[in-house]
Design a protein around this ligand. Structure first.
Ligand code: Z5A
Length: 213
């Protein structure tokens, strides 16, 4: 067993119903098996204040929400989450495992809503200067197949969007995964066992090349 002393920032990304929450526990156990002290968290949210912003963001309402207002609220929640939870944990040498982070904003607000990606970059540099994930597992599945997995629950404001919105979100994720080597795409449309084997491989591969000064 490798003993790792310096924390890393690992995120799990993907559209709705692809299995992010399902696989967080698997990743946590794998990292802990390698001696990592792991903190799991999620976005939007992760602190009481940021969870309140999450409720505002996800709640259904009659008033159409302006994409820039949505984007800035997401970064308000993120700034709080980074300042109060993520940065302190990383500075203490813990590994942070987070469901969704700024790659979600590139996918949903830039890709899905049409917000300028440069605005996302600028807000990211204000909310979490110098902090980007070390490793991102991107669970990829066609929106229609993943949505059928969550079809029995009541849908939030995002989940009520049209299919074209989710296609744009997926395209944005795929494009980012091509451009950024820290993003490992995993075909999440398969049965869970196959998806989890790829997740194990991705984590083991990352840990094998891990630089532990
Ligand atoms: N959002 C945004 O717009 N911009 C941002 O920057 C951020 C977020 C950070 C809430 O996120 C919303 O916030 C989200 C984008 C927006 N909007 N939407 N829609 P969230 O992460 O809380 O919500 P979510 O993505 O909708 O979560 P989810 O639907 O729970 O998805 P999941 O966690 O990926 O899926 P799951 O709960 O693990 O699995 C769903 C079901 O599928 C469950 O019954 C599993 O047992 C089953 N499952 C999982 N894997 C499989 C496989 N392989 N086969 C069969 N069944 C499976």
């Amino acid at each position: 067993m490798t003993r790792l002393s310096r924390g890393r920032f690992v995120t799990i990304e993907g559209g709705e119903g692809v299995g992010k929450s399902t696989n967080v526990e698997l990743v946590r156990k794998l990292l802990e098996g390698h001696g990592c002290d792991v903190l799991t968290t999620r976005e939007p949210g992760g602190t009481p204040f940021a969870e309140e912003i999450r409720s505002v963001l996800l709640g259904t309402r009659d008033e159409a929400v302006d994409p820039m207002a949505e984007t800035m609220l997401i970064f308000a929640a993120r700034a709080q989450h980074v300042a109060k939870v993520i940065k302190p944990a990383l500075l203490a040498g813990r590994w942070v495992l987070c469901e969704r982070f700024t790659d979600s904003t590139f996918a949903y607000q830039a890709g899905g809503r049409g917000v300028d990606a440069q605005v996302v970059v600028q807000l990211a540099n204000l909310a979490h200067p110098g902090l980007w994930p070390d490793l991102t597992l991107y669970l990829d599945a066609p929106p229609h197949s993943a949505m059928t997995r969550i079809s029995t629950r009541s849908l939030d404001r995002f989940e009520r969007e049209r299919r074209e919105f989710f296609e744009r979100v997926r395209q944005a994720y795929v494009a980012r995964a091509r451009e950024h080597s820290h993003i490992v795409p995993i075909d999440a449309s398969r049965e869970l066992g196959s998806v989890q084997r790829d997740i194990v491989d991705a984590i083991e591969q990352y840990l094998a090349t891990y630089d532990n000064p």
